[in-house]
Ligand binder design. Structure first.
Ligand SMILES: Nc1ncnc2c1ncn2[C@@H]1O[C@H](COP(=O)(O)OP(=O)(O)OP(=O)(O)O)[C@@H](O)[C@H]1O
Ligand SMILES: [Mg+2]
Length: 254
């Protein structure tokens, strides 16, 4: 599709820490990423804490600039939902309205779009409530509503259910399926392998800033090609010390 945001490709992407001190050694946090994200599959990024999942999403979405390599995509709309939603001190409706205004949606079209997306996310009856009084799960649904209202071609979600209970998690997962069914490419991170199994069509496994595997979900979970991915799926703790190679926790490896 000409003019489409997809495919989105990362070519030889490195990202180094920028801790502000010009002469401090720069630590590579993302190492030589080569990825092609295509329209269609729900892509789930997994990996241990600190693997670089959030950095990866921020690089894809253009919030960070690679220190080396390129991120290429067409001009279509992208949106991102963060792990900790930030709400404006305004009503639920005004929060969505603000996102639409930023994207230059004409005033006359906004009200109907807001009503539709609040209904789809189950927030219709909270439309006039201050966003800050919503429960955590409702706030996360509002963050999703704000993003979905833009009808993005790609939606990036960073740990969208990280601090939610099973019921709120289920509601968010239903929304992810609904957004995908309406034609939006989903790219999300999770530390929850059960969630990855439920949602992923395709899995990316990151470890220590490197992409160790990109595979269809069934293949990843049944026959991971990488031994660290195998350990991760088994639930072994992956740990490492800077300067040494990746190791498995001896207490947990079999
Ligand atoms: N601006 C920065 N400067 C220095 N180090 C950073 C910076 N941003 C991230 N890091 C480090 O880069 C590594 C990857 O971070 P990232 O947040 O992407 O991990 P993650 O896979 O999302 O982890 P989690 O599962 O805990 O969310 C971590 O070790 C983190 O401390
Ligand atoms: Mg993260």
């Amino acid at each position: 599709m000409p003019g489409s945001a997809l495919p989105l490709t990362l070519d030889g992407v490195w990202y180094h820490s920028t801790n502000g001190r010009a002469r401090a050694p720069k630590m590579p946090l993302i190492k030589d990423l080569n990825v092609r994200l295509t329209a269609g599959p729900r892509t789930v990024v997994v990996g241990p804490n600190g693997a670089g999942k959030s950095l990866f999403l921020r690089l894809c979405h253009g919030l960070l600039t690679p220190s080396q390599g390129t991120v290429a995509h067409g001009p279509g709309v992208q949106a991102m939902v963060f792990q900790r939603p930030v709400m404006l001190r305004r009503s639920v409706r005004a929060n969505v309205d603000y996102a639409l205004t930023l994207h230059r949606v004409p005033r006359g079209e906004r009200a109907a779009m807001i009503d539709a997306v609040l209904t789809k996310t189950g927030l219709g009856r909270h439309a006039d409530a201050p966003a800050r009084v919503l429960s955590f799960g409702e706030q996360q649904r509002l963050a999703i509503a704000r993003a979905w209202a833009l009808r993005p071609e790609i939606l990036f979600m960073d740990e969208p259910t990280a601090s939610l209970d099973p019921s709120a998690t289920h509601q968010i997962e239903e929304l992810i399926f609904a957004i995908h069914a309406q034609g939006t490419k989903i790219v999300m991170t999770t530390h929850d392998l059960g969630q990855a199994r439920r949602i992923a069509d395709e899995v990316l496994f990151l470890h220590r800033g490197r992409l160790l595997e990109q595979a269809p979900a069934q293949q990843f979970f049944e026959h991971p090609g990488n031994d660290l991915a195998q350990a991760f799926i088994r639930g072994d703790l992956l740990w490492w010390t800077r300067g040494r190679g990746p190791r498995r926790d001896p207490k947990h490896s079999r």
